[in-house]
Design a protein around this ligand. Structure first.
Ligand code: URA
Length: 469
């Protein structure tokens, strides 16, 4: 029996429906996304090919009108399958990943991947593959936030560009990978993201959710733990908006069969001691080698909490709390460091530099800011601190700009710490002395010292799961 011909769906009709507040059908969403990818590839699926202007109008219509849960699931699925997907089924293991919505000094991936890898290597499947696999696909610095790939690429030789076959092999061997987006996974997101940047549609929670979740779900995960930042260094401006985004992502993940949990976490100050590129790797190597600097305490707590959830969802801990305790033990015993060396070596990185990470830090310009008066470090605009890190050379003003390995900031105090006048507050590093002045002024303006201690939010504010959302 011949199938009835599918009516053509014209891009303009999809735009008009969304503009007028109608819910789009799954077919409309699928054809629009297919046309977006075909347009970029120079092909044509629809009778009238979609233009950049129409894609921009589609994004703005979604920005203004939003999406209901079915539409969001359809958009995420259409984007997820817009290119190749990673199929972990041949591994017959438990695949789990974590994603952060982006912060300042947020280097938890560098601790979590080896921690989970160590747990998986210690409990192999009957065929000898690590019992947990973390195919961590990360991004580059964006706006005021840092990017895991930029940090990793400061390790001489480290290759973040594995193809899907190499990814599978690295997972079999190490239990975790730390790699970049491949050109073939979720091509629709690359096209939409570039246009969002130029059309004022980046901040839509629906578009953020579809963008993040399409890429994570293309990894064919059993479970996903999301770190959704809230506070002055987060992309979402209010707690309510961060929570709304977390709920959308949890619902979207669960709807496609991936156990998904989101933690709403405070980003009111840089996480840990260093913010930059190599200096963040150095901080994590120190922790994995058993040196716990007091300023790194929040980083260790957040990494262990996120690892704890991942270990719990993977069935290696009865509760997330037991998982966090297990993660801490894996860090303390050096098992995470062994797994880290294995991951780095498998991705062609030079592990010898971890012997003395401080010696590899070679900024040519350094300046320390001290407290102008005694009191408590009471507040800061964490986004400003992130921009200061970027202006020192550690981030990029536009996509494709080079980043400095050695630029960044070391914080000598945390919010709530009592300071004496003249005590060091922060040290700035750059590879160009001219770049120190503006970030110094930015920090002096934003770091506030008050006579009374501040009221601070807890690091972990709320957990959103299928049960709560
Ligand atoms: N990260 C992404 O991958 N996509 C967004 O839209 C925002 C942050």
């Amino acid at each position: 029996m011949t199938q009835p011909a599918q009516p053509h769906i014209h891009p303009i009709d999809v735009i008009l429906h969304k503009r007028d507040g109608l819910a789009l059908s799954d077919g409309e969403i699928q054809s629009f996304i297919r046309a977006v990818v075909d347009h970029a590839a120079g092909g044509q699926t629809l009778p009238d090919e979609v233009s950049d202007a129409q894609i921009a109008a589609f994004l703005m219509a979604i920005f203004e009108r939003g999406l209901d849960h079915r539409e969001l699931a359809a958009l995420t699925t259409a984007m997820r399958f817009s290119g190749e997907t990673f199929d972990a089924a041949p591994l017959n293991t438990f695949t789990v990943d974590k994603h952060s919505t982006g912060g300042v000094g947020d280097k938890t991936s560098l601790l979590i991947a080896p921690t989970l890898a160590a747990a998986g290597l210690a409990h192999p499947t009957p065929s000898g593959i690590p019992g947990i696999c973390v195919p961590m696909i990360s991004g580059r610095s964006l706006g005021h936030t840092g990017g895991t790939l930029d940090k990793l690429e400061t390790i001489p030789g480290f290759n973040t560009q594995l193809d899907l076959t190499q990814l599978l092999n690295a997972l079999k061997q190490c239990g975790a990978t730390l790699i970049g987006q491949t050109p073939t996974i979720v091509p629709a997101d690359r096209i939409l993201y570039a246009l969002r940047d130029h059309t004022g549609t980046v901040e839509s929670p629906f578009l953020i959710c579809a963008s993040i979740m399409s890429k994570k779900l293309a990894e064919s995960l059993n479970a996903l733990v999301l770190d959704v930042k809230t506070g002055s260094g987060a992309f979402m401006p209010t707690y309510e908006k961060s929570k709304f985004l977390a709920e959308l992502m949890v619902r979207t993940g669960e709807a496609s069969g991936t156990r998904t949990v989101a933690l709403l976490t405070t980003m009111d100050e840089p996480l840990g001691r260093f913010s930059g590129n190599w200096i963040e790797v150095w901080e994590c190597v120190d922790i994995m080698r058993g040196h716990r600097h007091p300023i790194s305490a929040d980083l260790i707590e957040l990494s262990n909490t996120l690892s704890g959830w991942m270990l719990h969802l993977a069935g290696h801990a009865d509760t997330p709390q037991a998982g966090a305790a297990l993660a801490d033990e894996i860090l303390r015993t050096g098992e995470a460091y062994k797994a880290w060396l294995k991951i780095v070596a498998a991705q062609d990185g030079d592990t010898a530099i971890f012997e003395d990470p401080a010696a590899f830090h070679k900024p040519t310009a350094t300046r320390t800011i001290t407290a102008p008066q005694s009191g408590y470090l009471a507040a800061m605009d964490c986004k400003q601190v992130g921009w200061a890190v970027q202006r020192l050379g550690a981030g990029r003003a536009k996509p494709g700009d080079p980043v400095s390995a050695h630029a960044g900031i070391e914080m000598h105090a945390k919010l709530g710490d009592k300071l004496e006048a003249g005590q060091p507050l922060a040290t700035l590093f750059s590879e160009n002395p001219v770049l120190l002045d503006e970030p110094e002024a930015m920090l002096r303006e934003t770091l506030q010292i008050n006579a009374t201690p501040p009221r601070l939010h807890p690091l972990i504010r709320e957990v959103i799961s299928a049960r709560t959302s």
